[in-house]
Design a protein. Structure first.
Ligand code: AMP
Length: 200
């Protein structure tokens, strides 16, 4: 792969928000990380005129399922390449909504081939019903095809079956930094700031 970082070490934080809680996208950052959301990249690709993957992505998203890894990784890689091509110092990324399953993890390891350090995994832990009610609230204005109860319940099923084991794996590696995301936006933000002040 052509990840272009002349002389600069890549450094990554992998985020596993899992179920759709108030996350980094809504909270803003000042630690020099470029925020990339796997879901946003997929939604952008879905609406790109002429995309060969548009319909496939829409079906996966509506069903709360995980889009094939080749698509997600190629979008992430392109976004990282573009960021670093514009400014080679921008070599730190927050990758939001990734990795979401074993395939994602294997694709990541294969594509990065030891070139990217995972500094830590930020895990926003939140009760299922709170996640669902927040997303239903978001659904009043988001226009997202998966902000409805049926899709959300499927997403939680996918999370438990596929994403939670990945979090557990990173936990065993001592990489997980957990945030209680059922708290208010201000409290969650404060906790995230503490983590970045310590580790960022
Ligand atoms: P999000 O924007 O993180 O809430 O994700 C919305 C939807 O996009 C998910 O339910 C999946 O269908 C898809 N998606 C997001 N991240 C990934 C990923 N890492 N791999 C595959 N599909 C993803």
């Amino acid at each position: 792969m052509a990840l272009t970082s002349p002389g600069a070490a890549l450094q990554f934080v992998v985020l596993v928000p899992g179920k759709g809680v108030a996350g980094p996208g809504t909270q803003g950052w000042k630690y020099g990380y470029t925020h990339l959301s796997a879901g946003d990249l997929l939604r952008d690709e879905r609406k790109r005129p002429g995309s060969q993957y548009g319909e496939l992505i829409e079906n996966y998203i509506k069903e709360g399922e995980i889009v094939p890894v080749e698509i997600t990784i190629s979008l992430l890689k392109r976004a990282m390449d573009q960021t670093m091509a514009a400014n080679s110092q921008k070599n730190k990324f927050l990758i939001d909504g990734f990795p979401r399953n074993e395939d994602n993890l294997q694709g990541w390891n294969k594509t990065m081939d030891g070139k990217a350090d995972v500094s830590f995994v930020l895990f926003f832990d939140c009760d299922n019903e709170i996640c669902i009610s927040r997303c239903l609230e978001r659904g009043k204005s988001s226009g997202r095809s998966d902000d409805n109860r049926e899709s959300l319940e499927k997403r939680i099923h996918t999370y438990l079956q596929s994403t939670k084991p990945i979090i557990d794996l990173y936990e065993r590696m001592g990489k997980v930094r957990k945030v209680d995301a059922s708290k208010s936006v201000d409290e969650v933000f404060e906790k995230v700031v503490q983590i970045f002040d310590k580790e960022g």
